[in-house]
Design a protein around this ligand. Structure first.
Ligand SMILES: Nc1ncnc2c1ncn2[C@@H]1O[C@H](COP(=O)(O)OP(=O)(O)OP(=O)(O)O)[C@@H](O)[C@H]1O
Length: 413
C-alpha cells in the first residue's frame, strides 16, 4: 500500500527490511527512488533525530559511481527517512547465498569497486562502519565488468553512526556485525577509516572462500578471534592477492592499505586472476573449540538467539521479525584477559576440499587411528629407550592438527 513520506515522496512497495527499518521503492519529484524508512522507535528518539539532521551535509554530499547517494533526509511527524538512489539489482549477500563463492576475478572486481567508493567517502571524512555483503548492491543495469560482474555500490552510509548514539550504546558497547568488526573496535577504540578496510578485506575473503576468516560460533568467540588469531591461508589464490588480504586484515590499523590504494592494487591484480574458477575449499567447523569460553557472554544473545553468522539485532530491543537479516551485534567490549585466547587458539582453518572436518565422524576416526599409531609408536620407543613418561602424551595433543598448533600464538600486529 502506497504511503506519503514528507511532502515530496511516495513509498509504493517494500523492497526489503533491515534491522534499522524498511526500504521502499518510491517516487520523488525526479523519478524513482529507494526510501529507507527508519523504525518507529528510532524515529521517535529525539537525540537520533538531532544526529540525523547534523549528519545531513556529510551524507548528502557523497557522490561517487560506487556509492549509493543519499538524495534527501526526511523528518516528518513519526517518519524519519533516507531517500536514496534506486539500484536495480541485488545485494551481494543474495548473490553469495546463491553462488556460495565467486570466481576470483568477479570477487576482485566487486571489491575494487567498493574500495573506490570507500576512497571517496574517506576523502570526505565519512567512515562507513558497516561494510558487509548486505550493504553492497550490484547494479544489474550497469555494464558488465571483469569476470561478468556488475558495478558494485556501497550503501547504508551513516546509518551505523546514527544509531550508535552515546545514549543508545554506551561507550562500553560494540555496535556492528561480528564477522566484519576490526580488532580495534573490539578493543574499544573509536572507528576510523581503517575499520572499513578491514571489513572490506573480510568481504573479499568471504567472496573467495564462501565463509569469513574469523566467523563461526558464538559472537563472543568471533570478536576474540579478530583480536587474537592470524588469518588462515586460503589454498589456491595467487600470492600477491593473498598478501593484499593479509595486509588489509592486519591487527594494527596503520598497517592496512588506504582505500584508494586497495582499489588500484586490486585492479592491477585482475589479469592475474582472469578466468580462474571459484576456489575449492571447505568451510571449517562453526563450533567453538571445547576450551573456548566466549568473551562478552553476559551481554551476548543466548544460544537460541544466535542465528546465522552469530547474528543479533542492530538495535537493542529489535525482534528478529523486524529484519529478514539480523546481522548486527550489540555487546560489551571484552576485557583484555578475555581477549587473550585459549591455549589452543580458536582460528578456523580452511581445509582443502575433501579433507576431514574437525569434529566430524571422519575426523574423529582419523584422530583415533593417529592416536593408535602414536600409541603403538610410543610403546616401541618406550620399550627401546625406556622412556615411560613419553607415553603420557595427551589425547588432545595427539588429536590436534599441525594447523591447530600453528594457531596457538597470538597474531602479531
Ligand atoms: N538504494 C537501494 N536500491 C535498491 N534496493 C535497496 C537499496 N537499499 C537497500 N535496498 C534493499 O533493501 C533491503 C534492505 O536493506 P537494508 O539496508 O534496510 O537492510 P540490510 O543492509 O540488509 O540489513 P541491516 O540494515 O540490518 O544491516 C536489502 O535487501 C537491499 O537489497
Amino acid at each position: 500500500m502506497a504511503r506519503k513520506i514528507g511532502s515530496r515522496y511516495t513509498a509504493n512497495q517494500i523492497l526489503g527490511r533491515g534491522s534499522a527499518g524498511t526500504v521502499w521503492l518510491g517516487e520523488g519529484p525526479e523519478g524513482p527512488v529507494a526510501i529507507k524508512l527508519l523504525r518507529e522507535d528510532l524515529a521517535s528518539d529525539q537525540e537520533l533525530v538531532g544526529r540525523f539532521v547534523q549528519e545531513r551535509t556529510a551524507l548528502l554530499g557523497l557522490e561517487h559511481p560506487n556509492v549509493v547517494s543519499v538524495r534527501d533526509l526526511v523528518v516528518d511527524g513519526n517518519d524519519l527517512a533516507l531517500v536514496m538512489d534506486l539500484v536495480r539489482g541485488t545485494d551481494l549477500r543474495t548473490r553469495l547465498d546463491r553462488d556460495r563463492r565467486l570466481a576470483p576475478e568477479a570477487a576482485v572486481a566487486i571489491v575494487a569497486d567498493v574500495a573506490d567508493g570507500l576512497a571517496a567517502a574517506h576523502a570526505a571524512g565519512v567512515v562507513h562502519r558497516d561494510v558487509k555483503p548486505e550493504n553492497v548492491l550490484l547494479d544489474m543495469q550497469g555494464p558488465l565488468g571483469p569476470g561478468g560482474s556488475h558495478p558494485a555500490l556501497l550503501t547504508d552510509f551513516g546509518v551505523a553512526k546514527l544509531i550508535d548514539s552515546p545514549r543508545r550504546t554506551r561507550a562500553t558497547k560494540i555496535i556492528g556485525t561480528p564477522d566484519y568488526l576490526a580488532p580495534e573496535i573490539v578493543e574499544g577504540l573509536p572507528p576510523r577509516a581503517a575499520v572499513d578496510i578491514y571489513a572490506l578485506a573480510t568481504v573479499l575473503y568471504e567472496l573467495l572462500a564462501g565463509f569469513t576468516p574469523f566467523g563461526g560460533g558464538h559472537p563472543g568467540a568471533v570478536l576474540r578471534r579478530h583480536v587474537t588469531e592470524t588469518v588462515a591461508p586460503l589454498p589456491g589464490i595467487p600470492d600477491e592477492l593473498w598478501q593484499l588480504i593479509v595486509q588489509c586484515l592486519a591487527k594494527a590499523p596503520a598497517s592496512r592499505l588506504r582505500a584508494s590504494e586497495l582499489g588500484t592494487r586490486l585492479r592491477e591484480l585482475l589479469p592475474l586472476v582472469a578466468g580462474m574458477p571459484p576456489l575449492d575449499v571447505d568451510e571449517p567447523d562453526a563450533e567453538p573449540a571445547e576450551d573456548e569460553t566466549p568473551a562478552a557472554e553476559e551481554a551476548a544473545p543466548r544460544d537460541e538467539e544466535v542465528r546465522r553468522r552469530g547474528a543479533v539485532p542492530l538495535v537493542p530491543g529489535a525482534k528478529p521479525a523486524d529484519s529478514n537479516r539480523d546481522t548486527h551485534t550489540s555487546m560489551r567490549v571484552p576485557a583484555p584477559d578475555e581477549l587473550a585466547g585459549g591455549a589452543r587458539g580458536t582460528a578456523r582453518v580452511p581445509r582443502a576440499a575433501g579433507a576431514p572436518r574437525p569434529g566430524s565422524a571422519r575426523h574423529r576416526a582419523v584422530a583415533r587411528r593417529r592416536r593408535v599409531a602414536l600409541g603403538a609408536a610410543a610403546v616401541v620407543l618406550a620399550a627401546a629407550a625406556g622412556v615411560g613418561a613419553w607415553l603420557a602424551t595427551s589425547e588432545d595433543d595427539a588429536g590436534a592438527t599441525p594447523q591447530d598448533m600453528n594457531n596457538t600464538a597470538p597474531a602479531t600486529p
